[in-house]
Design a binder for this molecule. Structure first.
Ligand code: DAK
Length: 261
């Protein structure tokens, strides 16, 4: 791949968008490579993904403005669909995805981070949806996901004013869960991912699905979704082992890794 790197550390997969000369801006090739990388993740082995950008300046500085500048209406729609499809693939990916936002997360970069389950960032991170200053609307789900994450009032303010916000403000409004010095960001992401990876994988996946699907339903339907996914965990090896381990009174016993079965 030209612009997307994939590395495996234990049961954690790390995807790095690596187009540093353009601050990791998303052109069609980056989007296609990201899509292929996700398709190549071995879900029997990998239990959590981290998504980050190469370098210390930028996560992703948006969709590629050079590529977008000459698009026709039809091409613009096709480009938007390409981005939306891959972002939706991340959002509905069976295992959790953590965005380690290591700098600029503007436009499509902010939107990419919002398609992940969890966002943490470095102190130099900058978030924003600058699209209206370029004559367009956010096109990779920004109008929808930002409003769901930080509430419609704050989302409308950010989108209408096109004002960027720094890491501390992103933390204050709930756009990121934690802020770290740049040098500590990846270690923190890996620690969180390893913590997720050691829990029962079927249960973690079902939690992701229950939260995502439940948010799109009314409360009565959402609780039925939860009931089904809760029920689905029973009779698995991991459920039987996890509960038997708790009930075992032998305190010397060491917990074995979950089997994903
Ligand atoms: N696209 C292409 N190149 C970019 C880029 C981007 N988004 N951002 C930065 N670069 C390039 C710069 O052109 C420059 O290239 P060279 O001149 O060196 O060749 C290099 O990266 C370094 O950037 P700067 O020299 O500008 O670096 P600074 O530190 O001075 O400034 C900056 C950093 C992040 C503040 C600045 O680069 C900047 O403002 N960048 C643009 C940020 C932005 O506006 N991002 C949002 C893009 S709009 C849709 C689909 C998608 C979208 C919308 C609709 N549909 C089809 C419906 C999404 C839209 C967006 O994401």
């Amino acid at each position: 791949m030209e612009f997307v790197l994939y590395e495996v550390k234990g049961q954690v997969g790390i995807i790095t968008i690596s187009r540093e000369k353009a601050l990791n801006a998303l052109n069609s090739t980056v989007l296609e490579e990201l899509d292929k990388t996700l398709d190549g993740v071995d879900l029997n082995e990998i239990r959590c993904l981290i998504l980050t950008g190469a370098g210390e300046k930028s996560f992703v500085a948006g969709a590629d403005i050079g590529e977008m500048s000459t698009l026709t209406k039809a091409e613009g729609e096709a480009f938007g669909k390409k981005g939306n499809d891959v972002f939706r693939k991340i959002e509905t990916f069976p295992i959790p995805v953590i965005a380690a936002v290591n700098g600029f997360a503007l436009g499509g970069g902010c939107e990419l981070s919002m398609s992940c389950d969890i966002r943490i960032c470095s102190e130099n991170a900058v978030f924003g949806q600058p699209e209206v200053g370029l004559g367009i609307t956010p096109g990779f789900g920004g109008t929808q996901r930002l409003a769901r994450l930080v509430g419609p009032g704050m989302a409308k303010q950010m989108i209408y004013t096109a004002r960027n916000i720094k890491a501390d403000e992103a933390f204050r409004i709930g756009l990121v869960n934690a802020v770290y010095p740049q040098a500590e960001l990846m270690a923190a992401a890996e620690k969180m991912a390893a913590g997720i990876a050691k829990n029962a994988p079927i249960a973690v996946r079902n939690c992701k699905k229950a939260i995502n699907d439940g948010l799109e339903a009314d409360m009565d339907e959402a609780l039925v979704i939860e009931e089904k996914l809760f029920g689905d965990c029973f009779e698995t090896e991991d459920q039987k082992y996890g509960m038997a381990f708790f009930l075992d009174k032998n305190k010397e016993k060491v917990k074995e890794p979950f089997q994903n079965k």
